[in-house]
Write a protein that binds this ligand. Structure first.
Ligand SMILES: NC(=O)c1ccc[n+]([C@@H]2O[C@H](COP(=O)([O-])OP(=O)(O)OC[C@H]3O[C@@H](n4cnc5c(N)ncnc54)[C@H](O)[C@@H]3O)[C@@H](O)[C@H]2O)c1
Length: 311
């Protein structure tokens, strides 16, 4: 997510390739509506495919995905089900949530809860146990994404941002911890490249993601002998439905995803939710065991030390 400069013609942009529907040729394909469906046609992607010769990477694991009713969280929930997991899809919008679990089928259950409520973490964990009887993974994905600066910072805005983006992940982990310990489980926190400093117009958001990153690393050290792992993805600019509309609300034209400067999207397009989901599966699954405390940047360029040529 970025504050965009005014669009200008792109240089060196990859030609846009229409995406093929890889679903139709796969027998064991989990038919999941891609979270990009609310986007203009060129930016919609096919649902994730499975190739039958591959083992299920999350077979029979129970995963909680917060904010799983839209965007990146929806993609993670869909991919987790496709990899054999049972998923508690947490969200706050009933219609979206019911549509997501209807698409995912019997291996998904919906729990609606407002993370602004300090009691919500206990309820979310209880809902996962009620639905599936165990917890193997927790993805702290839900977040408020909104702008403020030093000049516009307000106490209630700051407190809401911290409550959802930082307090809720901490207390969700606390509530789930005994169950994660029992299953040698894995926590994946969905962060942002804004954690390291952040956009000027994303002051509170950047602070919340910086805190989330420290939470990941602190707990990874504190609990390294408990066999519960904590890893973290600092995500770059992803074209979710929310991000599409967020940019339009801030003055960008409807076709702004086609005009993203290569300095932000060297490949010629933004990252897709499904690509973040694919990375998340690795950190949730046993194939990444025993690694813990990792913070991984999911960007299209080197985040550190980057110094683009001046024109
Ligand atoms: N899209 C990007 O460019 C981008 C970049 C970096 C990081 N991220 C991170 O990815 C994650 C998902 O973002 P997204 O782009 O998919 O947007 P999104 O708005 O689709 O997802 C955020 C989710 O959080 C939920 N949420 C917000 N407030 C809540 C509350 N009070 N209680 C319960 N749920 C609440 C929303 O309902 C939504 O489902 C976030 O953590 C975001 O910070 C996104």
């Amino acid at each position: 997510m970025r504050t965009m400069p005014k669009p200008r013609p792109m240089e060196g942009r990859c030609p846009h390739r229409p995406l093929q529907d890889i679903a139709s040729s796969q027998n064991d394909f989990q038919l999941v509506r891609p979270p990009s469906l609310g986007l203009p046609a060129p930016h919609r992607v096919a649902a994730p495919a499975r190739v039958s010769s591959y083992p299920m990477r999350l077979q029979d694991k129970v995963i909680i995905v917060t904010g799983g009713t839209s965007g990146i969280g929806e993609a993670i929930a869909g991919r987790a089900v496709a990899e054999g997991a049972r998923v508690l899809v947490h969200g706050i919008e009933r219609a979206d949530g019911e549509a997501v679990v209807a698409r995912l089928g019997a291996r998904a259950a919906l729990h609606l809860d407002d993370l602004l409520d300090p009691a919500s973490p206990e309820r979310i964990v209880a809902a996962a146990l009620r639905a599936f009887g165990r917890i193997d993974g927790l993805v702290n994905n839900a977040a408020i994404v909104a702008r403020d600066t030093l000049a516009t910072a307000r106490l209630d805005f700051f407190e809401r941002m911290m409550a959802v983006n930082l307090r809720a992940p901490l207390f969700l982990i606390q509530a789930a911890f005994p169950h994660l310990k029992a299953t040698q489980g894995s926590v994946v926190n969905i962060g942002s490249i804004n954690a390291y400093s952040g956009q000027p117009s994303l002051l509170a958001y950047s602070l919340s993601k910086g805190g989330l990153q420290t939470l990941t690393r602190n707990l990874a050290n504190a609990h390294c002998t408990d066999q519960v792992r904590f890893n973290h993805l600092n995500v770059g600019w992803v074209l979710t439905t929310r991000e599409y509309h967020h940019q339009i609300e801030h003055g960008m034209p409807p076709d702004w995803p086609d005009k993203v400067p290569t300095v932000f999207a060297p490949s010629g397009r933004l990252i897709r939710p499904e690509e973040v989901a694919a990375a998340t599966i690795y950190w949730l699954g046993d194939e990444s065991r025993p690694i813990s405390g990792s913070v991984v940047e999911l960007e299209q360029y080197s985040l550190f030390g980057r110094n683009p040529d001046k024109q």
